[in-house]
Design a protein around this ligand. Structure first.
Ligand code: FAD
Length: 289
């Protein structure tokens, strides 16, 4: 099928893009990796496509005192190869190496992935896991929203039609920590059937804080606040005694053509256990370096 007719604007500045976005049924295009298939199937029929891929100010990664700010046009590959991201938040570079295929990673962007809001995708999971806040701009206003308020349901976010995501604030992690990410797929490059990421902050072998998030387990990436609370204050050598029911209590997976709900519930506890154990091992390995 061919796309329906649309006008095309190659925006060179954010102002130009925001002004064009005031037109009815206009839509932003960044890397085009999710939007172009939707347009080709006529699941999306924009009147105007506003191409933001030339707006240089959206492609920056900047390191500040307490955070990394990642521009919305930063591609998956740019994040994988960024020295700053690899230094401060290596889980991002690692997880994105498992995203799609090289050509897609060269074009797909953090902003596009977040706005598309596939609950099995890597960026939404990382954004939720890392307590990211999102800088959004429209022609008249700008605002910052927490990740937990941004992702509403599958393919739905809090973004309004006249808004563009400018950048993402990723707080730096202050304490010593270990991290891990695991993704279950049928074939390399596929979306996750189930995925999990964790960050465990440790002081003198005691877990002082933890972040744990799963993908493919519900309508949005889900933070496992119950498990985070259970392990807080525990010694890293202790047996956490977490039951499968506790691992599953916040999950709400569905069946689709790739995997059944039952399979996701079966694999979930094992994947979550793995990232917990591997995060602690990652901490120990780095401590001994
Ligand atoms: C075969 C294939 C396999 C894939 N596998 C994976 C995978 O394993 N894991 C994974 O995470 N992803 C996967 N993807 C998706 C890929 O990562 C996309 O790049 C990403 O989801 C969208 O980024 P984009 O820049 O291409 O967005 P686009 O396709 O350009 O846009 C997507 C949506 O976001 C909106 N948008 C884009 N930028 C902005 C902005 N700055 N502000 C507001 N709205 C914006 C658009 O209007 C559109 O609605 C796959 C894609 C394909 C085609």
């Amino acid at each position: 099928m061919k796309p329906s007719k649309f006008a095309y604007v190659n925006a060179k500045t954010l102002d130009e893009a925001l002004l064009s976005l005031k037109q009815p049924e206009a839509k932003i295009i960044a890397g085009g990796q999710s939007l172009v298939p939707l347009i080709n199937y006529r699941l999306s029929q924009p009147s105007t496509l506003i191409d933001i891929s030339s707006i240089i100010e959206l492609s920056q990664i900047s390191v500040q005192d307490h955070k990394l700010e990642i521009g919305s046009l930063v591609t998956h590959n740019q994040a994988i190869t960024s020295k700053d991201i690899t230094k401060f938040l290596p889980i991002i570079s690692f997880a994105l190496e498992h995203t799609a295929h090289k050509t897609i990673r060269n074009s797909g962007t953090i902003g596009g992935s977040a706005a598309h809001a596939d609950p099995s995708a890597e960026w939404p999971l990382l954004i939720m896991l890392l307590d990211c806040s999102i800088n959004i701009i429209s022609y008249k206003n700008s605002r910052t929203i927490l990740a937990k308020d941004f992702f509403i349901s599958e393919l739905t976010t809090d973004l309004k039609e006249d808004e563009i995501i400018k950048s993402f604030n990723f707080p730096k992690i202050k304490q010593n920590y270990g991290w891990s990410f695991e993704k279950i797929v049928q074939r390399s490059g596929d979306f996750a059937l189930f995925s999990a990421g964790s960050i465990i902050e440790i002081d003198h072998n005691i877990i002082i804080n933890s972040k744990l998030c799963v993908g493919g387990a519900g309508e949005t990436p889900i933070r496992l606040s119950n498990i985070e609370a259970i392990i807080k204050g525990k010694n890293i050598e202790s047996n956490f005694d977490i039951t499968n029911d506790q691992f599953l209590s916040l999950l709400n997976p569905t069946s689709d053509e790739h995997a059944s709900m039952e399979y996701r519930l079966y694999i979930g506890p094992q994947v979550i256990r793995n990232v917990l154990i591997n995060s602690i091992q990652n901490y120990k390995d780095n401590k001994n370096d």
